[in-house]
Design a protein around this ligand. Structure first.
Ligand SMILES: [Zn+2]
Length: 260
């Protein structure tokens, strides 16, 4: 009986690890999505910078055209000078020319400002392109990590499943059925230690007589409240310490994406 109980505890250990592995595997798509986010953000920044530069370029081209129109207008005005007959006409002509030249001057100033702006946009685009490249490289590393992790989980799972298949051969069929039924019903542990005189599952007090019986290990005994199978922890090495899954399925996240 004690041997069966040992097997059962080992089985529960394996099943717990399998659940943990399944949970880790379930989290992987989400982790991959999370890993892609910094690149997506950098890409969006780059697109924005490119769009801003594009509209500045468009603006510059239209200003250049305006400037050309103004220059042509001024040339025409100057050409007309010879046709002027009266002083009044001449004054009006000079006024018109001065206004046209003022307009042209304003346009040239605006163009200079636009050139500066374009320089700044150009720099920003270059900077964002660099960030995108960096994020791409980071993502490739992260993807590699996740792939390795996934392979590790698959490996661990295969090993546990093989161990499990061997183990259940050694457990009496009825006990195995009870275990499976309890595991499903309780959704956590089906086999629990007696801790401080109480059931390790539901914490109900266990009568000393029953504790003594469990200790003796002649029969498989269950908690009268939750029906979990009880064992005496000191007779069992495997009950010591928390369960661990190998390889440790923890994703390092020591380099949070910097917001730029
Ligand atoms: Zn109980």
């Amino acid at each position: 009986v004690l041997e069966s109980l040992d097997h059962l505890i080992r089985l529960q250990d394996i099943d717990t690890q399998l659940v943990q592995i399944q949970t880790e595997k379930g989290r992987q798509p989400e982790q991959l999505e999370g890993a892609k986010r910094p690149l997506q953000m950098a890409q969006a920044e780059l697109d924005q910078a490119k769009a801003a530069m594009g509209s500045a370029l468009k603006n510059k081209r239209s200003k250049e055209q305006d400037l050309q129109t103004h220059e042509e207008h001024i040339e025409k005005l100057k050409a007309r000078q010879s046709e002027i007959k009266t002083n009044k006409e001449y004054q009006a002509h000079l006024q018109e020319l001065a206004t046209a030249q003022q307009d042209k001057g304003r346009l040239e100033e605006a163009l200079l400002l636009l050139m500066d702006e374009l320089d700044a946009y150009q720099k920003r685009v270059g900077e964002e392109e660099r960030v995108v490249k960096e994020r791409e490289a980071e993502l490739r590393i992260k993807e590699q990590e996740l792939m390795q992790q996934s392979a590790g989980l698959d490996q661990a799972q295969a090993k546990l499943l093989a161990d499990r298949a061997e183990l259940i051969k050694k457990i009496p069929e009825k006990l195995l059925r009870d275990y499976e039924r309890l595991k499903t019903a309780r959704k956590d542990l089906a086999v629990v230690p007696i801790l401080h005189g109480s059931c390790g599952g539901c914490h109900m007090n266990i009568p000393p007589q029953r504790v003594a019986e469990v200790k003796a290990g002649d029969h498989i005994l269950t908690c009268s409240q939750c029906q979990r199978i009880l064992y005496w922890p000191h007779s069992n090495e495997q009950s010591a310490g928390p369960l661990e899954v190998n390889p440790a399925p923890v994703v390092k996240n020591d380099s949070p994406p910097s917001v730029s």
